[in-house]
Design a protein around this ligand. Structure first.
Ligand SMILES: [Zn+2]
Length: 92
């Protein structure tokens, strides 16, 4: 019986080193989905979640953070319109 008590004391947490733990923390996604989890932060805002991510929904959707998709499409169309510099020459 004494040994059991000693094992139990091994798994107790140290005091005064852990942040406050919120058992009902709220994660809010940009799509409106609300997830409740346990976390050291009480409230979290995310841009994408499993409810709206294309991987999980199966729908193709472009996730654009800062106009990167537009920049890429602009560069791609520019590159397609330009002619290659080394025309007809092969390396030896
Ligand atoms: Zn979402």
């Amino acid at each position: 019986m004494q040994e059991c008590l000693n094992i139990a004391t091994l798994f107790t947490m140290k005091t005064d080193i852990h942040p406050p733990y919120f058992t009902k923390a709220v994660i809010t996604c940009a799509c409106g989905n609300v997830i409740r989890v346990g976390s050291a932060k009480e409230k979290l805002d995310v841009e994408i979640c499993a409810h709206c991510h294309p991987f999980y929904t199966g729908k193709e959707k472009l996730i654009d953070a800062a106009g990167r998709v537009q920049k890429f499409q602009k560069r791609a169309s520019l590159a397609a319109s330009q002619k290659p510099k080394h025309k007809g020459k092969t390396r030896k």
